[in-house]
Design a protein around this ligand. Structure first.
Ligand SMILES: C[S@@+](CC[C@H](N)C(=O)[O-])C[C@H]1O[C@@H](n2cnc3c(N)ncnc32)[C@H](O)[C@@H]1O
Length: 396
């Protein structure tokens, strides 16, 4: 096998030079002799240099079919059985981390070249929401007099964009956060430039697509699902998964964040034990639960999911949404404790395969799987997979 960058299935290639790197053969010089009909024009002017979207040159439809096949193989279902939620990639990202680096004798804001600490050339980002793209375009000029490198986290919520700036101070005296926020066009700004710390405006915004009973909010550097459209699809699929397993009395929710899926369980009449490690997310979730007067029905546990997954009650559904690290310990606990069903929301297919393998060995079955293409133009995919234990426990 030879790895060749930025080609698509059906390309006819001439490989001129190979190199072996860490046991893998890679083409270091090659030419596309006859391009595949699956190719398309990349949406972004700096596609060739940016380390962000790797698949812009491959037709979206083909990418989706490829991802569908990957998920089908991973969970052992027929490709046609995988339900699909495409997400239009243009302008969909509502959170970002912009790198601030020197560019053209000034300061630039944007993304880094692949495997480099240098920014790509100045160009509008095709995937950022217009409000975040406007922030990116303004940031270099607004911040250039005060810093030469840093990071700007930003998120777009119902109230507008809030940002969190950490940077190295050079040059001019730093104005108040409010002045910089107005120049950047954000409704809230927290900054740490060298030793200078300040904040102004909102520190959290709400996710507009979340309907009750719990409001879900996020700060600029915390976690929220990357796009409103993708999250709408995720929430619909998680709701359907709960209904398929229902009626649901009690849900053990792991990796609950600020409660994005907690409200879905409540809508179905369930009580919830929501486990989350991040203290800010826990605080936001507890606040939302109190504001809705639902303390009787939601227990928010600030703990590592791995540690919290050691008890199960009767008639219980487990809902987990780990990050890219996956949740092997939680799935191992499910194999031991045998809840009535498990809904796994995954953003890392390899970890999903690894984590559910012990359950499948014990006779669990994948009841349903949906693919949400929340990271279109990249190799990543999100999925909602529903598993049920065997009627009679299997011992190995
Ligand atoms: C993919 S996010 C999902 C959050 C939420 N379900 C949502 O949709 O917004 C994963 C969450 O797991 C939390 N987390 C990471 N490691 C954890 C651990 N070991 N135990 C519990 N929570 C953890 C993160 O803080 C983050 O909020």
């Amino acid at each position: 096998m030879v790895l060749v960058p930025r080609v698509v299935p059906g390309d006819l290639l001439r490989i001129d030079q190979l190199a072996k790197q860490r046991g893998v053969l890679r083409a270091t010089a090659f030419a596309v002799i006859a391009p595949s009909p699956q190719r398309c024009e990349p949406a972004c002017a700096v596609f060739d240099e940016c380390g962000g979207c790797a698949l812009q040159h491959w037709s979206l439809d083909r990418q989706l079919q490829w991802k569908r096949g990957q998920l089908a193989r991973a969970v052992g279902l027929a490709t046609e059985a995988i339900e699909l939620d495409p997400v239009q990639p243009r302008g969909h990202r509502r959170r970002t981390r912009l790198h601030l680096r020197p560019r053209n004798r000034g300061l630039g804001a944007g993304f880094l070249r692949a495997q480099s600490d240098r920014l790509v050339a100045e160009a509008a980002c095709a995937v950022l929401a217009p409000e975040l793209e406007a922030l990116r375009a303004r940031a270099g000029a607004a911040l250039g007099p005060y810093l030469d490198r840093g990071e700007l986290h930003a998120v777009l919520g119902q109230q507008g964009v809030i940002a969190d700036l950490t940077a190295r101070h050079i040059g001019a005296e730093i104005p108040q956060a409010q002045v910089l926020a107005e120049q950047l066009g954000v409704v809230g700004l927290r900054l740490q430039i060298g030793r200078h710390a300040d904040r102004w405006g909102l520190s959290e915004v709400d996710l507009a697509e979340v309907d009750g009973p719990l409001a879900v909010s996020t700060d600029a550097a915390g976690f929220c699902q990357a796009s409103a459209e993708g999250n709408r699809a995720l929430r619909r699929r998680v709701g359907e998964a709960l209904d398929r397993l229902g009626p649901v009395q009690h849900v053990q929710e792991f990796y609950a964040g600020s409660g994005n899926f907690t409200g879905l369980c409540l809508q179905r009449g369930a009580t919830v034990r929501a486990v989350e490690l991040d203290v800010d997310a826990v605080r936001r979730l507890r606040r939302a639960v109190a504001a809705a007067g639902l303390q009787e029905r939601v227990e928010v546990v600030a703990a590592q999911a791995e540690r919290a997954a050691d008890s199960a009650q009767p008639s219980e559904i487990w809902l987990l949404d780990p990050g890219r690290q996956g949740a092997p310990e939680v799935c191992a606990a499910a194999a031991r404790l045998r809840p009535d069903g498990l809904v796994y929301v995954s953003c890392a297919l390899d970890k999903l395969v690894r984590d559910i393998a012990p359950l499948l060995q014990l006779g669990w079955t994948v009841q349903h799987a949906a693919l949400i293409d929340g990271f279109a133009w990249t190799i990543h995919l999100e999925s909602v997979v529903t598993l049920r234990p065997p009627a009679v426990p299997v011992s190995l």
